[in-house]
Design a protein around this ligand. Structure first.
Ligand code: UDP
Length: 462
C-alpha cells in the first residue's frame, strides 16, 4: 500500500516555516511522508544552518525541496509587499511543476497539500489537481476572526475596500474577545499606503482560498483562545507546536542556533535571567537599541540577549556594543540566534522581553515565563493584548513622547514584573492548561483526528 504523501507549503518567513515544520515532523512521526517546500533562498539557509548543528533526525524524516520565490538573490526579502507580489507571480507555476515532477518520480503521489493561510493559492492548485487541502494558520486564531470580519469592517466604514483605515477605533469581535485596534491592523504595518493595499488584498485573497480547504488547523489551544476559536469552529487548534515533542530538537531555522548559551544558563541562579529576543524580523533604530542596552545594564540582573547579525547595526552601535559588553561581561551574554525553546524552558530564566510574535508568545506561555512586551509590527500588537490584558502574564513597555522605550521604563517594569509574584503564578497556571491540551486534551485529540483523516481512516472532512 502506498504511503500517504503530503506537500507542506509555508509562507517563506521564519515565523511561518518553524511551526509548519513542527506539523510536518509530527506527521512524519506517524508514518506520513512529507515533502516540505521552501523557497530556494530559504532552503539554502536552512540546509546550511542544519549542517552546523546536529539535526540528522530532521534531515531524514522530512524531505526538503525548493522552488524559486520570484526575487533575485540580492533583493531584500524583508520587503514583505514586494516578496508577496513576487510569490504570486512565480510560485504557482513552479509549484505545479514540482507536483508533476514528484508524481512522476516518486512511487507515492502527493495526496494532500498543507499550505499556510498566506499561501492559499497553493490550495487552489491542489483543488485543480484533485488533491486534498489543508489550511494551516501559524498566528493567533483571533487574526482569522479579523479576516472573517473584514467585509463587516468595510460595511461599518472602519476600513475601505483596499484595507485603508478610515476610522481609528477600538472594538471587540465578541464580548469575550480581547480588544482590537484599527490603527494596528496586520496589513497597516507594511510600508506606505500602496504597499498596505497590496498586502491587504494578498492576505484577503489567500484567506478566501484557504477557507475552502477540507481541514483548517492552527497553532493555538481552546485554553488560550476560547472566544476566538468559538467563532471559527471549523478551525481546529493543534498547538502548542513545540519542538518539545522531539526531545527538544528543532528545525527549519534560517540561522544556526548558538547552544553555548545553555551552558552559560546552567551557571546562573534559578529564576534570575532576563531573556531578550525579538524574533527573526524586528529591526531597532539606533536610539532604541542603545536604550535597551542601557536598560539591561541598569537592571543589575543577568541577561541573555539575541542580537541577529542582520539587524543592520551601524558601526557606531558596534562600538557601543563592545563597550557595553565589557561593562556587563560578568552577567550578560549576547548571541546571534539562540535555541529559544530550550532557553525558555531553562530553570534559570525569569522572564522574557519579547516582540510578541505568535510563536514566541506560545513558546513563552508553554514554559510558564512572564513577559515584558515590546511589539514591533503586524499581529504583535494584538498578541500583546492577549499577554497583558487577557491572560495577565506580562506587562507592556510604554514609549516616551519621542516614541522611545527609555531605560528607566525597562528597569521599572522589570522590577514590577519580577517582584509581583502573581505574574509568575498566572504564567504557571496558563502553562499547565496549555500543556494539558497538547498532551491529553483537545489539541491532542485534534491532531489524532487529523492524522487519521490524512491516512484515510476517517473520511469526514470539515
Ligand atoms: N527563534 C529562535 N532563536 C532566536 C529567536 C527566535 O529559535 O534567537 C525562534 C522562536 O523560537 C520562534 C521563531 O524563531 O519559533 C520566531 O517566531 P515569532 O512568531 O516569535 O516571530 P517572527 O520571527 O515571526 O517575528
Amino acid at each position: 500500500m502506498a504511503t500517504p504523501h503530503v506537500l507542506a507549503v509555508p509562507y517563506p518567513a521564519q515565523g511561518h516555516v518553524i511551526p509548519l515544520m513542527e506539523v510536518s515532523l509530527r506527521l512524519a512521526k506517524y508514518g506520513i511522508k512529507v515533502s516540505f517546500v521552501n523557497t530556494e533562498f530559504n532552503h539554502e539557509r536552512i540546509v546550511e544552518a542544519l549542517s552546523e548543528t546536529d539535526n540528522t533526525q530532521e534531515k531524514e524524516s522530512v524531505n526538503l525541496v525548493s522552488i524559486p520565490d520570484g526575487m533575485e538573490p540580492w533583493e531584500d526579502r524583508n520587503e514583505v509587499g514586494k516578496l508577496s507580489e513576487a510569490i504570486m507571480n512565480v510560485m504557482p507555476g513552479k509549484l505545479e511543476d514540482l507536483i508533476e515532477k514528484i508524481n512522476e518520480t516518486d512511487g507515492d503521489k502527493i495526496m494532500c497539500v498543507i499550505a499556510d493561510y498566506s499561501m492559499g493559492w497553493a490550495l487552489e492548485i491542489a483543488k485543480k489537481w484533485g488533491i486534498r487541502r489543508v489550511a494551516f494558520f501559524p498566528a493567533a486564531a483571533a487574526v482569522l476572526n479579523l479576516c472573517d470580519n473584514c467585509p463587516k469592517l468595510i460595511d461599518d466604514g472602519i476600513i475601505d475596500s483596499d484595507g485603508r483605515v478610515l476610522k481609528k477605533q477600538k472594538f471587540q469581535l465578541s464580548p469575550a474577545m480581547p480588544v482590537m485596534n484599527s490603527e494596528t491592523f496586520v496589513w497597516t504595518s507594511f510600508g506606505d499606503l500602496a504597499a498596505q493595499k497590496v498586502m491587504f488584498h494578498f492576505i484577503m485573497n489567500n484567506y478566501i482560498s484557504a477557507n475552502g480547504a477540507d481541514w483548517s488547523i492552527c497553532n493555538s489551544t481552546y485554553e488560550l483562545e476560547p472566544a476566538a476559536l468559538a467563532l471559527i469552529p471549523n478551525c481546529k487548534p493543534i498547538g502548542p507546536l513545540l519542538a518539545y515533542y522531539r526531545l527538544g530538537k528543532s528545525s527549519g531555522h534560517f540561522w544556526p542556533q548558538d547552544s553555548t548559551c545553555l551552558e552559560w544558563l546552567d551557571q546562573q541562579p534559578s529564576q534570575s535571567v532576563i531573556y531578550v529576543a525579538f524574533g527573526s524580523f524586528t529591526i531597532f533604530n539606533e536610539n532604541q537599541f542603545q536604550e535597551l542596552a542601557l536598560g539591561l545594564e541598569i537592571t543589575n540582573r543577568p541577561f541573555l540577549w539575541v542580537v541577529r547579525q542582520d539587524s543592520t547595526i551601524k558601526s557606531t552601535l558596534k562600538n557601543m556594543l563592545e563597550g557595553f559588553q565589557d561593562r556587563v561581561q560578568n552577567r550578560g551574554l549576547i548571541v546571534s540566534w539562540a535555541p529559544q525553546q530550550k532557553v525558555l524552558s531553562h530553570p534559570s530564566v525569569a522572564c522574557f522581553i519579547s516582540h510578541c510574535g505568535w510563536n514566541s508568545t506560545v513558546e513563552g506561555v508553554s514554559n510558564g515565563v512572564p513577559f515584558l512586551c515590546c511589539p514591533y509590527f503586524a499581529d504583535q500588537f494584538f498578541n500583546q493584548t492577549y499577554i497583558c490584558d487577557h491572560w495577565e502574564v506580562g506587562l507592556g513597555l510604554d514609549k516616551d513622547e519621542r516614541g522611545i522605550i527609555r531605560k528607566e521604563e525597562i528597569k521599572n517594569k522589570l522590577e514590577q514584573l519580577l517582584t509581583d509574584e502573581r505574574y509568575k503564578e498566572r504564567a504557571l497556571n496558563l502553562q499547565a492548561k496549555t500543556m494539558d491540551s497538547a498532551t491529553k486534551g483537545c489539541s491532542h485529540k485534534n491532531i489524532n483526528n487529523f492524522v487519521a483523516w490524512i491516512k484515510g481512516k476517517d473520511n469526514h472532512s470539515l
